[in-house]
Design a protein around this ligand. Structure first.
Ligand code: NAD
Length: 387
């Protein structure tokens, strides 16, 4: 029986993977095999002795002590893309709301309360102030064509927009997902020709403050930026200047800051893009499935510290080893198997930075003696017999 500890309420969908015949799930197990966490801060938490894995049901993992986990061979997983559809729907919704001036129009309509029978006539008189634009035929530039950006690009094509995209390092999976009507262009062409620019890129050192006066000066006059990625991608003062100068028509951001609240042309959303029941379920479902595959098969998918490593089961037993990425370690592991009289039916080894992960399927039963022998080799961090 595997023991799972859940920190903070996690959706019931985790039981699709954590079936009761194999898993005991509780919120207070002192020695779990794995922990599923949403936003609880684990940075200063002690890692239980036998802990094998932590899954963060969400994309960010700042609340998990990843370096400490790596040192003790604990796999850390996240759930990239699980909330992508929620974000995509919000981006498309805001694109439509902003272009039809619906936000001020709705506010204005409420001001008519109390005008009795005059309301219909006042509506007809006042509505001309809110004439909007259609998005069909307009150009949407998508910066970052990963999990979210590729969905947004496809949805915009379906709504009749002309879509161009730029990704500095697009994955093959993302490329396959894209509608073939989407054209890949240079960053300069994307920025200078788009009527609407939507950002779907991480806030890393290279992207911080990327939306600055230089970037804004290249944009088409009257364009709109949608930022559903992170506030820090933009230099607030430069965005405000561009709005005041009419260079930018509108800046829609899911991460309000004091200086952007109430600025004309800025639409601040209280970080709601991924807040849907479906997205929370998707994250929890994905986290649980990844943990179950790691515990039951040793397979690593969407880890943030171990390399991706998946191998179909073969042989009679499997051992999984987390070790340092240094020469001679793999040969030392295979020698230990030979010394134990076990033939290797299949093996896989991948590395990521300073860590490597090796799985060996053996034509015989791996036992505690072999586990100990491998564990005592140089540069081995953790060894597990995967039953
Ligand atoms: N508002 C929310 O609630 C919410 C929810 C999910 C994600 N996000 C944000 O959205 C971002 C994107 O999410 P995702 O799941 O699509 O990530 P992802 O990793 O699947 O895709 C990001 C893509 O951006 C590309 N990229 C990085 N820097 C770039 C640059 N300067 N120009 C062009 N392309 C660049 C990468 O190559 C990658 O393909 C996340 O980093 C996160 O900050 C926000």
């Amino acid at each position: 029986m595997y023991k799972i500890k859940t920190l903070i309420s996690i959706a019931d969908v985790i039981y699709e993977s954590f079936v009761p015949e194999k898993y005991a799930v509780s919120s207070d197990d002192p020695s779990p095999d794995a922990i599923v966490v949403r936003s609880a801060d684990m940075q200063s938490a002690e890692l239980p002795e036998g802990l094998l894995a932590i899954a963060r049901a969400g994309a960010g993992y700042n609340n998990v002590p990843v370096p400490r986990c790596s040192e003790s061979g604990v796999a850390v997983f996240n759930t990239p893309g699980a909330n992508a559809n929620a974000v995509c729907e919000m981006v498309v919704g805001m694109l439509l709301l902003v272009n039809r001036n619906l936000l001020p129009a709705l506010d204005w309509t409420l001001t008519l309360k109390g005008r009795g029978g005059a309301v219909p006539e006042l509506v007809e008189k006042g509505k001309s102030n809110f004439v909007g634009n259609e998005i069909r035929g307009k150009r949407l530039g998508v910066q970052g064509l990963g999990a979210v950006g590729s969905l947004v690009a496809n949805a915009a094509v379906a709504l009749g927009m002309e879509v161009v995209g730029y990704d500095s390092l697009m994955s093959v999976e993302s490329a396959w997902r894209l509608d073939r009507r989407i054209r890949s262009v240079s960053e300069d062409e994307l920025v200078s020709t788009s009527d609407y620019l939507t950002l779907h890129i991480p806030l890393d050192a290279g992207n911080k403050g990327m939306i600055n006066s230089q970037y804004l000066s290249k944009m088409k006059k009257g364009a709109t930026i949608l930022n559903f990625s992170r506030a820090g991608l933009a230099v607030s003062g430069d965005v405000k200047d561009a709005l005041a100068a009419g260079k930018l028509r509108s800046y829609v951001v899911d991460f309000p800051t004091e200086e952007m609240l109430g600025v004309p042309g800025v639409v601040c959303i209280p970080h709601l893009a991924s807040s849907t029941e479906e997205s929370e379920d998707n994250c929890a479902r994905m986290a649980a499935a990844q943990i179950a595959d790691y515990l039951e098969n040793g397979n690593v998918t969407n880890s943030v510290n171990l390399p991706a490593c998946v191998m179909p089961r073969s042989g009679q037993s499997r051992i999984a080893v987390v070790h340092k990425n240094v020469p001679n370690t793999i040969s030392a592991i295979t020698n230990s198997c030979s010394s134990a009289g076990l033939n290797i039916a299949n093996m896989v080894s991948n590395s990521r930075g300073e860590l490597s992960y090796t799985m060996l399927d053996l034509d015989g039963q791996a036992n505690e003696e072999l586990r100990r022998a491998v564990g005592e080799l140089m540069d081995i961090i953790r060894v597990r017999i995967v039953y």
